[in-house]
Design a protein around this ligand. Structure first.
Ligand SMILES: [Mn+2]
Length: 333
């Protein structure tokens, strides 16, 4: 029934065996959790609980308010003692460094496993359940749940549904596969309330965020050919609206939504001349390669890194890199 299940068959039984053989499990995901990171780590936590394990769910950063309706979200911890665990499961994360700068990954002497759908499987671990074609890490966790014979409950379905709708952009991105739809159908059959989930995630903005959006939209910059759009949020703008940097999540999509724009970038000021740089692209243009060339990573259509310079310098530098990559892409076809 599921097209991508065969791809997981090699490591799925091994993952089941490792989980069955453990008792005290730490589940982690990438920092600054999005819907997939939060949804998949909480779903994994609930699945392990159903198996009678002692489970702790960790994230370096707080779970955003929009996902706090998910079961277990308020129990997520932000500090960790590696010696307390006999298994570490990292979900929706392509590299241990992305769990968070101070996460003591190398202090875990137990088995460390990854469940992920970023472009490349992470090598420095004991086992990797990886499928770059999965729409969300939550999709792989759905298969793992079945392999573990854990019953799909409403709280697990809500968490997995959150994973899939957020990582597919509400079934708009090209990652929206037949499997994503079939798994979503299974989740709906539990009786989850889709409108309740979606209004928690998408129609629950703090007014501060909307005030910040109004400021951010005024920063719009377009390249001369209209193919690159940039928005930014300075620390002054965040301060004026009483917002954290995480509140800018999703703003970059306004830049990409402009007719003719192929790549959008978003700069969030971290320090005077230090910025978080996010990329979004349309169609085939691969921004993960640009982000990795600058020390970051991500997916084909969504990637990020950090970068030094003034806003003008960074825009100029990135414009050049993106235009070069566009020229090469055209030359290759
Ligand atoms: Mn994901």
């Amino acid at each position: 029934m599921f097209d991508r299940l065969a791809h997981l068959q090699k490591n799925l039984p091994k993952m089941v065996e490792i989980i069955r053989g453990s008792q005290n499990v730490l589940v982690a995901a990438h920092c600054r959790p999005d819907g997939d990171a939060a949804g998949s780590e909480l779903a994994m936590g609930l699945i392990l609980k159903a198996l009678g394990k002692n489970v702790t769910v960790y994230n370096f950063d707080p779970i955003p308010e929009t996902f706090l309706f998910l079961q277990g979200a308020n129990d997520v911890v932000h500090t960790v003692s590696p010696q307390d665990y006999d298994l570490l499961i990292v979900v929706d994360c392509g590299d241990a460094s992305l769990i968070g700068k101070k996460f003591p990954y190398n202090d875990f002497k137990c088995k460390r496993v990854f469940i992920d759908h970023h472009s490349m499987p992470y090598e420095n671990c004991d086992l990797n359940l990886h499928d770059a074609q999965a729409s969300a890490a939550g999709e792989i966790i759905f298969h793992l749940m079945n392999a573990l014979d854990v019953k799909l409950t409403i709280p697990i379905a809500e968490a997995l549904y959150t994973s899939i709708i957020t990582d597919t952009g509400s079934y708009r991105y090209s990652s929206t596969t037949p499997d994503a739809m079939k798994i979503s159908a299974c989740l709906l059959e539990t009786g989850i309330d889709v409108w309740n989930i979606c209004s928690n995630i998408y129609e629950n903005n703090p007014v501060e965020k909307i005030r910040l959006l109004a400021l951010v939209l005024q920063s719009l910059w377009l390249s001369n050919d209209g193919k690159i759009a940039c928005l930014h949020a300075t620390r002054d703008m965040l301060r004026a609206c009483h917002c954290s940097g995480a509140m800018t999540d999703g703003f970059i999509n306004y830049a990409r939504s402009i007719h003719g724009v192929e790549v959008s970038i978003f700069l969030t000021q971290l320090e005077d001349t230090h910025f978080r740089l996010s990329f979004r692209s349309r169609g085939n243009f691969d921004v993960s390669r640009i982000a990795s060339s600058l020390g970051g990573g991500g997916h084909k259509n969504a990637a990020a890194c950090t970068i030094d310079g003034t806003i003008e310098e960074i825009r100029h530098r990135v414009e050049e890199i993106v235009h070069n990559a566009m020229d090469n892409t055209c030359a290759a076809h």
